[in-house]
Write a protein that binds this ligand. Structure first.
Ligand SMILES: N[C@@H](CCC(=O)N[C@@H](CS)C(=O)NCC(=O)O)C(=O)O
Length: 218
């Protein structure tokens, strides 16, 4: 099977959970970075370097043996099944992973809403509401999901799944300091989320991937 993942040059959760799932599962894939001329082409026409048009003119897109499909969750589930980070024969565990991926979409959307106003003071207020109301509310929900998963460090079962990878990268983005109005200590109150994050960083293949791809752990 020949797999190519198309995405931009960032370790954003939408693509990074899939890249990591494939890498952890030893599934070979082409990590195609859309930049430069490819990026201009894509922005203007939705055309990918393989000459196909992205179904929704957005990335990520996955090419599997010449057939393409989009949407973060669909791509992550497909690759999660190949790599053993998403169950093939446990519908309940799968649904419990799905709910986490869906909530990552909701949280991402809250950020998008908070970025709409270009007027400085309005943007500042929207980001304040995001950081003090919306994010804590959802981070608490996520914190509880891990707490309720027996004594596990992860969202579902005892091992890393694509749910953990999604939230790990999403949280990493929020605490990175690059989003104006969201403080770098935003994760401080969430003991279980921090433990899950640390556990992922301890995974030898995660470390490998970061160094090989970005030259450092991010
Ligand atoms: N619903 C889509 C959203 C994908 C999305 O928003 N992708 C962004 C990059 S993170 C994109 O392609 N933006 C370019 C655009 O919308 O023109 C998914 O889940 O994959």
């Amino acid at each position: 099977m020949e797999i190519t993942l198309y995405y931009f040059k960032i370790a954003f959760w939408r693509a990074e959970m899939t890249r990591l799932a494939l890498y952890i599962g030893d599934i070979p894939f082409n990590n195609y970075i859309i930049e430069g001329k490819d990026r201009d082409n894509f922005k203007n026409s939705g055309i990918l370097p393989n000459k196909k048009i992205a179904p929704f003119r957005q990335l990520p897109v996955l090419d599997v043996d010449g057939k393409i499909f989009a949407q973060t969750g669909a791509i992550a589930r497909f690759c999660g099944k190949l790599s053993g980070l998403y169950p093939k024969d446990d519908d309940l565990a799968a649904a419990r992973i799905d709910q986490v991926i869906e909530v990552a979409q909701d949280i991402n959307y809250l950020f998008t809403l908070s970025s709409r106003d270009k007027e400085k003071e309005k943007l500042k207020l929207a980001r304040k509401i995001l950081a003090t109301k919306h994010l804590p509310k959802y981070f608490n929900f996520l914190e509880n999901l891990i707490k309720e998963n027996d004594n596990s460090l992860f969202f579902v079962g005892e091992n890393i799944s694509i749910a953990d990878l999604a939230i790990w990268r999403l949280l990493g983005w929020f605490e990175s300091g690059i989003i104006d109005g969201v403080p770098t200590n935003i994760l401080e109150p969430y003991k279980n989320l921090k433990k899950m994050r640390n556990e992922i960083y301890k995974h030898p293949k995660v470390n490998d991937w970061m160094i090989k791809t970005y030259g450092k752990v991010i």
